[in-house]
Design a protein around this ligand. Structure first.
Ligand code: MLT
Ligand code: ZN
Length: 476
């Protein structure tokens, strides 16, 4: 269902010119041009309608990317970097056609150093493979977006991906020490450092992380690792209603307990968890998945403290008894995105963040929106960070205006609570038109100026982040 307008594509002559410049620079084997082949690079995991590019470059080195950038710039066609293609905001969708630079083939883990606690990786490394390689060396790379078996580190860097463990350990940006990137004119640039400290010049690395592929294309990253935290203990706290689970989150924050994950699942999502073989008490209308790590005795102490805090409202608190039980629970949690998609014909997944003490207020707001518009809203997510995935579900395409109205109301409520529109999925195309709700015009203009410094002609991942139109009053 189309919720986003379409954008003008390059003319046939421009697309032809791009294809022949690319083939000349890279050789035909690295350039896909057939419509069928290009179709495989048209979409991501968001609600953004797929759009086929005019060509795809299968990059196997930084030099390939530099050549592709130069050729596409000369032809003046859009250039869209793509890693795992698992994004949730349309970030790698070539909405205006042009050339996709696919980096999944650049999947080398170039170095893991125990002495320095760093890893040097190429952008196509699948996150789960990086986790395994780092853990085999007794270290830990915390970011864990739920798509970890299919997302790649280049995309994680572009979107500043996070995941359940971000509550204790932070997001991808907190682990990127330095980058090697290619600029729009083909210049190869190193940013940042390899040392754990360093304040030389502007922090260009931090600017590039989370820039959604609009400023440069990552060809290598130097990542900070930490020691493996040791034992892990996973708990399920069951609540009679979702507001009680939200209050428990605030109580945990106030009590200063610091599990590595606090994940909230509302009633609508609990059924999906039950369907995957996790036994959940029929009285439960909400669940918190809590996970602690550290030395075994420390895990016990943290779990006990969490139990005390939750006991105020919880129906029951269960500890996963073995690795199999724990894996089943996390697998069910990680599958919530596809599971909720199967619940209705159409789904929009949001990624809002509110101050943690406003979680019950946000949940109430979703109920109120549901009552007003008839669009079903179910919620799960990283409650420890106040980051909730509110999912809008509907079956009738004619309800699209009500979806728009629901979104406006949701985003306005989030901003009025001093929250933010996206905690980990990025703005992409899906939230671009709402940017003005959260950021003042001068800040948006400043960011556009930065974009122009990197990309004067606006060719790199165009139409992402920045609004296409002034936001009007909420539709009634
Ligand atoms: C998740 O936490 O499961 C992911 O961010 C995906 C989503 O819910 O949209
Ligand atoms: Zn998430």
């Amino acid at each position: 269902m189309r919720l986003h307008p379409s954008f003008p594509r390059p003319s046939a002559a421009m697309a032809d010119k791009a294809r022949s410049l690319l083939e000349r620079a890279l050789g035909p084997s690295k350039v896909l041009t057939s419509p069928e082949a290009c179709l495989a690079y048209a979409g991501d995991e968001s609600d953004q309608e797929p759009v086929a590019p005019d060509a795809v470059v299968l990059a196997s080195s930084a030099e390939d990317i530099a050549k592709a950038m130069r050729a596409a710039s000369e032809a003046e066609v859009p250039i869209v970097p793509r890693a795992g293609g698992s994004g949730k905001s349309g970030g790698c969708v070539p909405v205006a056609g042009g050339v996709v630079i696919a980096t999944l083939g650049m999947n080398g883990i170039l170095e893991i150093s125990r002495e320095e606690q760093v890893a040097v990786v190429q952008p196509g490394v699948i996150l789960a493979d990086l986790h395994a390689a780092v853990e085999a060396e007794g270290m830990f790379f915390p970011p864990d977006p739920n798509s970890l078996k299919m997302c790649a580190i280049g995309g994680n860097i572009a979107e500043n991906a996070a995941g359940p463990r971000a509550f204790k350990y932070g997001s991808t940006r907190d682990y990127v020490l330095g980058l090697e990137v290619v600029l729009i004119d083909g210049t190869r640039l190193r940013t940042g450092k390899r040392t754990v400290k360093g304040v030389t010049g502007y922090d260009v690395t931090s600017l590039l992380v989370g820039s959604e592929g609009t400023l440069a294309v990552t060809t290598e990253a130097t990542l900070r690792l930490i020691p493996n935290p040791g034992a892990v203990m996973t708990l399920m706290a069951l609540f009679p209603d979702v507001y009680a689970s939200g209050r428990a989150v605030s109580a945990m924050i106030a009590a200063g307990v610091r599990p590595r994950c606090i994940e909230l699942l509302d009633e609508g999502t609990l059924d999906a968890v039950r369907a995957r073989g996790v036994a959940v008490d029929a009285r439960a209308r909400a669940m918190l998945i809590l996970e602690v790590d550290g030395a075994p005795a420390d895990c016990e102490a943290q779990a006990e403290r969490l139990g005390e805090v939750c006991a105020v409202d919880a129906i029951d608190i269960l500890v996963a008894q073995d690795a199999a039980q724990r894996d089943r629970l996390w697998e069910a949690r990680r599958q919530l995105s596809p599971a909720t998609r199967a619940m209705a014909r159409y789904k929009l997944s949001e990624d809002v963040v509110v101050p943690r003490d406003r979680i019950p207020a946000l949940l109430e707001e979703t109920r109120a929106i549901e009552a007003e518009t008839g669009i079903r809203m179910i919620t799960y997510g990283h409650a420890g960070d106040g980051n909730l995935h509110v999912n809008l579900l509907w079956n009738d395409a004619a309800m699209a205006p009500l979806v728009e109205r629901s979104l406006h109301r949701l985003f306005r409520a989030v901003v009025s609570m001093r929250g933010t529109l996206t905690g980990e999925h990025g703005v992409g195309t899906s939230k671009a038109d709402f940017l003005g709700l959260e950021q003042q015009p001068e800040l948006i203009e400043l960011q556009k100026q930065i974009k122009r410094v990197f990309d004067p002609k606006g060719l790199l991942n165009p139409h992402k982040i920045f609004p296409r139109r002034q936001l009007e009053a909420a539709p009634s």
